[in-house]
Design a protein around this ligand. Structure first.
Ligand code: ZN
Length: 149
């Protein structure tokens, strides 16, 4: 992937304090293209489709919403809690705005815990972006494979 102007703008918006306080890059110093390519490689190795992974997380979010903010057990293995904040967040790529929510999934089977939002799901689904290493909201392919496996 080439380092386009759009990508440079997205990278700026992913830095801490632009869209969210923590930003989307964690401690990762690689280029956006390198982060995305490395994760795409990992998805291929794991034979996991990022869109299917996003579908799976979306399903858990929807099931978790029945708890109205309280943690509930889903499918006998996931402890899911969902929280909502007022307002929306724009995608760093500038192609939409997303409800500011937070979903925590704790998988008792694999021990994996992930925290995500509608924006995280969009970044994964539409841009193949799992967020940088060290980001508390990173959806690492390996963690997704264990959580959804
Ligand atoms: Zn987007």
């Amino acid at each position: 992937m080439k380092n386009t102007e759009a990508e440079k703008n997205a990278l700026q918006r992913m830095k801490p304090g632009a869209i969210t306080i923590q930003g989307f890059l964690g401690t990762d110093t690689r280029s956006l293209a390198d982060i995305i390519e490395a994760d795409a490689e990992e998805f291929r190795r794991l034979k996991l489709d990022p869109e299917e992974a996003a579908d799976g997380l979306e399903r858990l979010r929807d099931a978790g919403q029945a708890g109205l903010g309280e943690p509930i057990t889903v499918e006998g293995r996931y402890i899911v809690s969902t929280g909502d904040a007022r307002g929306v967040l724009p995608c760093p790529y500038g192609d939409g705005v997303f409800h500011k929510n937070s979903v925590t999934v704790d998988d008792e089977q694999s021990g994996v815990e992930l925290i995500y939002s509608d924006l995280s799901l969009h970044l994964l689904r539409a841009h193949g972006f799992c967020q940088g290493q060290g980001s508390p909201f990173r959806l690492a392919p390996e963690a997704l494979a264990r959580l959804l496996g």
